[in-house]
Write a protein that binds this ligand. Structure first.
Ligand code: SAH
Length: 219
């Protein structure tokens, strides 16, 4: 390994550690989630030109008008999803760079992740291979319809915002399963936690967020 390469590695380790501290200051408590963010090289999920900014707590462009989510939001959504205990199978809608998927994968048995933009999905798949994440199933489909052939899920995480809570996605949760998603238009979105109940679902508004819209049809 050249001195230059080693240098980049060490810098990234230090800046990564600072990011973890920042997430703790912002209220992320779950040690499993913090551990997974610490272990996930976010600089591999952005374009090389942006790699030096990969450990800032901000969203960054990933091409095709899409963004890699802010680390705080990835941590928060993962924490909310795992709050009730370990999960077997989780559906993620909106693979994007694959960063959220890579943070989640070590913490659950299997992640099904769907993306509508083929080039983004291809890049994400290469990153999963590079990181030897073997419990991720990727699909190039319109995620608004969920993934009924693999339902029911213990958890669903949506990383693009529908206008409202899609009923059909709630129905792909097992009873007691939970979904975390942004809901609403760009300037008035909230992060919402949904739990499927016998009668339908319960929801809790968590905080304001800003995600790209969920495109295509919703069920
Ligand atoms: N979790 C991602 C965030 C990606 S941004 C990350 O950490 O990088 C949201 C992604 O949702 C975009 O890549 C966009 O193409 C995708 N998306 C939007 N609508 C979708 C739909 N209906 N089905 C599947 N993916 C969708």
């Amino acid at each position: 390994m050249s001195a230059g390469v080693r240098g980049i590695g060490m810098t990234s380790q230090r800046t990564r550690e600072r990011l973890i501290q920042r997430l703790q200051e912002k209220g992320i408590r779950d040690a499993r989630v913090l551990g997974s963010l610490r272990a996930t090289p976010r600089h591999l999920f952005v374009d090389e030109a942006l790699a030096s900014r990969a450990y800032e707590d901000t969203a960054l462009p990933i091409g095709n008008g899409q963004t890699i989510s802010q680390p705080y939001i990835v941590a928060r959504m993962t924490e909310v999803l795992l709050a009730t205990g370990p999960l077997e199978n989780v559906l993620e809608i909106g693979t994007g760079s694959g960063y959220q998927t890579a943070v989640l994968a070590p913490l659950v048995r299997r992640v099904y992740t769907v993306e509508r933009v083929q080039v983004l999905l291809d890049q994400a798949r290469r990153r999963f291979q590079q990181l030897r994440l073997r419990n991720i199933v990727t699909k190039h489909v319109d995620g608004g319809l969920g993934l009924p052939e693999y339902a029911p899920f213990d958890g669903i995480i949506v990383t693009a915002a529908p206008a409202g809570i899609p009923r059909g996605l709630v129905e792909q949760l097992r009873p007691g399963g939970r979904m975390v998603l942004p809901v609403g238009q760009a300037d008035e979105q909230a992060l919402v936690a949904v739990v499927r109940t016998e009668a339908g679902y319960e929801r809790e508004m968590l905080e304001r967020v800003s995600f790209v819209p969920l495109l295509g049809g919703v069920c």
